[in-house]
Design a protein around this ligand. Structure first.
Ligand SMILES: Nc1ccn([C@@H]2O[C@H](COP(=O)(O)OP(=O)(O)OP(=O)(O)O)[C@@H](O)[C@H]2O)c(=O)n1
Ligand SMILES: C[C@](O)(CO)[C@H](O)COP(=O)(O)O
Length: 234
């Protein structure tokens, strides 16, 4: 029987780098909120069974932003860091999904995700034993600098990619790798790094460059433009 697909959306951040008084996932964007665009992009995919959203216990905005399709949305507790929120979301899925089911982990802060990117991830990784992630090969020259912005070195960009989300892995393997990496005190900023630490080799799938993460104020304007060009206004 073909594995099912599920999603986990970490949405418990405070958006320090955005500098706003509400978390960036609840900021207005192209007629809706950031998180509504993100959830809609996943809800509109027919193969995604349900979405577990990790929300902070102090969150005052979540109930207002629930999309119409509430029955496919499950709330899980957010954690101190993104990896803890994801781990909590995965734990919530263990009772609903099979161990070899696929889970797509996607940042709430990436509202411009395209259907084509989800399809490409699913098609490319069909039958893959582990999984992989959307990413972009780096086409600029890369510099490493000190805290004062002085160049320390030019980094060879050969083979360098920027990781994005969704990152799609087999549920039980990801849950176990993430729990063990967290317990070992490993710095886990994405799901792939936990899988790599566990000895797996995730597969990179090239995605659209407009699948940006809303981090700083200027990212909102860029995302607004991307969504309008795609006709995705609320
Ligand atoms: N404890 C945390 C921290 C982050 N996230 C989520 O992980 C995604 C990517 O994280 P990031 O862009 O760093 O969001 P913030 O942590 O909110 O941003 P900042 O670092 O500027 O505070 C976001 O959707 C964010 O809501 C989360 O679920 N739980
Ligand atoms: C998961 C991620 O979006 C991949 O690029 C990124 O690592 C999230 O980093 P953040 O500092 O938690 O935004």
């Amino acid at each position: 029987m073909s594995p099912n697909y599920w999603a986990v959306v970490p949405a418990a951040g405070v958006g320090k780098r955005m500098g706003t008084n509400i978390p960036k996932q609840y900021l207005p964007l192209a007629g809706k909120t950031v998180i509504e665009h993100t959830l809609d992009s996943l809800l509109q995919h027919p193969r995604i069974q349900a979405i577990v959203v990790a929300v902070s216990s102090e969150d005052r905005w979540w109930p207002e932003c629930l999309p119409q399709d509430k029955e496919r949305i499950i709330r899980a507790p957010g954690g101190a860091e993104r990896c803890h929120s994801v781990s909590n979301g995965l734990e919530c899925l263990l009772s609903l999904a099979a161990p070899e089911d696929w889970v797509l982990v996607h940042d709430a802060a990436r509202p411009c995700l395209r259907r084509e990117d989800i399809d490409r991830l699913m098609e490319t990784l069909h039958g893959h034993p582990i999984g992989g992630l959307l990413a972009l090969p780096i086409s600029d020259t890369v510099k490493r600098a000190n805290a004062e912005g002085v160049v320390l070195e030019t980094v060879n960009r050969e083979g360098l990619w920027r990781a994005m989300t969704p990152q799609m892995f087999r549920l039980e393997k990801l849950y176990r790798a993430l729990r063990e990496a967290i317990a070992a005190g490993v710095q886990v900023t994405d799901e792939a790094s936990a899988m790599e630490w566990a000895g797996f080799s995730p597969h990179l799938v090239e995605g659209y460059p407009d699948n940006i993460k809303i981090t700083h104020p200027q990212d909102l304007m860029q995302a607004e433009d991307f969504l309008k060009r795609q006709g995705r206004e609320g």
